[in-house]
Design a protein around this ligand. Structure first.
Ligand code: PGA
Length: 254
């Protein structure tokens, strides 16, 4: 059975104290209100990770993750953070290939493949983001863009490793814009992603992989999106900064 997952992406928001308060609120709300088996992940800026990972130890189903790592083990890379360092504070996940990293920091599929490898080596589950731009959607080439991102970013993995990653479909035109893919549009792409994984590996493995939707997901649209056959949860940006909204999205799976 594949996992239902709701992951928050705080991006570059919240100072340390604000992050600790928000995480504590989420943990308390989850404890009181969440009854399902869904996994909940909060991907914070690096500075919060030690503090929130300590709080997560007593929290049912809540894990923590980073939003990026460097592709090398260690060394003279001033200002960077390694997979081993992230793992050492108790985080379990890392978002890789977010469209903001691809667009503003020049991250290519080739670089991301290396980050995926080092994440897996240090037992961090990659939440590997893929998705097309507005132009690619309008020109109809989005399926080939998505296939290329998968092929170059994660299809080098052996099946044993691939089964431990999470895919997030995030159409770039829907991120932070208030525009959401319709449940049908999202389902169409999620089914395609599962089909391509089935062709690369096998259908049993494709069936086990959690594929999250991301892009202006909120408590209103999450129920319709998450009820689609191939959508196993969400990667939540803006709405993860409010404990009520984030918890309400998690509760879609109650
Ligand atoms: P959004 O961000 O929910 O604010 O659109 C999603 C993401 O970038 O992961």
């Amino acid at each position: 059975m594949r996992k239902k997952i709701v992951a928050g992406n705080w991006k570059m928001n919240l100072d340390y104290q604000e992050g600790i308060s928000l995480f504590s609120e989420v943990v308390n709300m989850v404890k009181d209100e969440v009854r399902g088996e869904q996994d909940i992940v909060v991907c914070s800026p690096f500075i919060h990770l030690y503090g929130i990972s300590a709080l997560a130890k007593d929290a049912n189903n809540v894990s923590t993750g980073a939003q990026n790592i460097h592709q090398e083990e260690s060394g003279a890379f001033t200002g960077e953070i390694s997979a081993k360092q992230i793992r050492s504070v108790g985080a379990n996940y890392v978002i890789l290939g977010h469209s903001e990293r691809r667009a503003y920091f020049g991250e290519t599929n080739e670089l991301l493949a290396k980050k995926v490898d080092i994440a897996i080596k240090y037992q961090l589950t990659p939440i590997f983001c893929i998705g097309e731009t507005k132009e690619e959607r309008e020109s109809g080439e989005f399926f080939s863009v998505i296939k290329e991102q998968l092929t170059q970013g994660v299809f080098h993995l052996e099946a044993d490793d691939f089964e431990n990653i999470v895919i997030a479909y995030e159409p770039v035109w829907a991120i932070g814009t208030g525009l959401t893919a319709s449940p049908e549009q999202a389902q169409e792409v999620h089914a395609y992603i599962r089909k391509v994984i089935g062709e690369q590996y096998n259908t049993t493995l494709a069936d086990e992989i959690s594929i999250l939707y991301g892009g202006s997901c909120n408590p209103k649209n999450a129920p319709d999106l998450f009820s689609q056959a191939d959508i196993d949860g969400g990667l939540i940006g803006g709405a993860s900064l409010k404990s009520r909204d984030f918890t309400d999205i998690v509760k879609v799976f109650n």
